[in-house]
Design a protein around this ligand. Structure first.
Ligand code: G3I
Length: 344
């Protein structure tokens, strides 16, 4: 099975231009998504992309958009103050270009994976604002014209809808959000600028907080253009039922929407009911995207259990992606593909 999948993809890659929208290999998520009129994406682990040929082949064949899992985060881009390392991210830019893929830029402002010089520095509010401004301007300028969407601010609210206590909120107050969008837009007016979070799929205090924020930002003329729903689900918690309603209310405010980091983790060992529930989780979010008017992409946060963040964070849970460690297709893979085909 694994061999035949890889062989089919490799053979197709020889006879059609790699990754062209109209020439996606048959029987892939990518060809099904082309038919459905949305982009299908994955987070990319740059070590795996360099070292694992099967992984590399599948990223190109199966997906029409990619997101750097880690290498476009601040700690990766500027580990030492003033010393930038764009090389791994530039490799992803080149890969995406060669495979006719869009790139989602992740992430400009977050409370996590920031460099130590920043988090351990003793900066005044004015200094911190200037540092953030430079980071956004330098980063967006470096990738200008190459990034389709930027996740401008990530995970700024708690689940109860209050502001998360981060270095940004604590030091700069809520105005950092409008500033970040304005600075990003100035550096690359063509990139679509997104809010992004988890546990914001359905109607909830957290998504209400985003809704109120978008209304305020829009009223102030701030260039916010997208609402990103990460979509980290777990079979034991079920699937939010009001996702479509939530997407639609953001779309009515004039935003595009996107699923940006979908995965569905399972308590291990997984039984067949869990595996089916996982497939249902992936497709419920996908159906909401397909039924919404302006949901432009559906990105998986990794596509194979071979490289996945979940076991390192949630003890006893895992197998959160649509392909096994050996690149076997799970029911989740087939459900995503078939749901896309039905919409095509
Ligand atoms: O870079 C160091 C490396 O130098 C070191 O040798 C290695 C040893 O463990 O660690 C490396 O850092 C790791 C980093 O990924 C890069 O591989 C961190 O330990 C690890 O914690 C980090 O995890 C990432 C996590 O974000 C951090 O918050 C995951 O790979 C990544 O999938 C995850 O992605 C986030 C999204 O950005 C935002 N939404 C939630 C999502 C899942 O947590």
């Amino acid at each position: 099975m694994r061999r035949s999948l890889i062989a089919a993809v490799a053979l197709t890659a020889l006879i059609v231009p790699a990754g062209a929208a109209q020439a996606a290999p048959p029987d892939t998520l990518r060809s099904a998504a082309n038919g459905a009129g949305i982009r299908i994406g994955t987070a990319v682990d740059m070590s795996a992309l360099a070292e694992d040929e099967q992984y590399r082949t599948l990223v190109g064949a199966e997906f029409s958009t990619v997101t750097a899992e880690n290498v476009m985060k601040w700690e990766a881009l500027e580990p030492t103050r003033g010393v930038h390392n764009y090389e791994p991210a530039d490799r992803l830019v080149q890969y995406a270009r060669a495979h006719h893929q869009k790139l989602r830029g992740h992430v400009l402002v977050w409370h996590s994976q920031n460099p130590a010089w920043l988090t351990e520095g003793d900066f005044s509010p004015a200094e911190l604002r200037q540092i953030l401004r430079e980071h956004i301007t330098d980063t967006v300028t470096h990738f200008k014209g190459k990034v389709w969407h930027w996740d401008v601010v990530n995970e700024i609210f708690n689940d109860d809808g209050t502001w998360r206590d981060t270095i940004w909120y604590r030091t700069l107050g809520p105005g950092f959000v409008a500033d970040a969008f304005r600075w990003a837009h100035r550096a690359d007016p063509a990139a679509k600028l997104y809010l992004n979070d988890y546990n914001n799929e359905g109607l909830s205090p957290k998504s209400d907080a985003y809704y109120a924020l978008v209304q305020q930002l829009k009223a102030a003329g701030v260039p916010v253009q997208g609402y990103g729903v990460q979509g980290h689900l777990a079979t034991q918690y079920g699937v939010p039922q009001t996702t479509l309603e939530n997407l639609r209310r953001f779309e009515r405010l004039g935003l595009d929407t996107a699923f940006t980091e979908v995965d569905v983790r399972i308590p291990l060992p997984a039984d067949s009911a869990e595996v089916q529930a996982q497939a249902q989780g992936f497709t419920t979010l996908l159906q909401a995207c397909l039924l919404a008017q302006r949901c432009v992409s559906y990105t998986l946060w990794g596509f194979t259990d071979r490289y996945n963040w979940v076991p390192g964070v949630f003890e006893g849970e895992g197998e959160a992606t649509p392909l096994t460690e050996d690149y076997e297709r799970k029911p989740a893979y087939r459900s995503i593909r078939d749901t896309l085909r039905l919409a095509g």
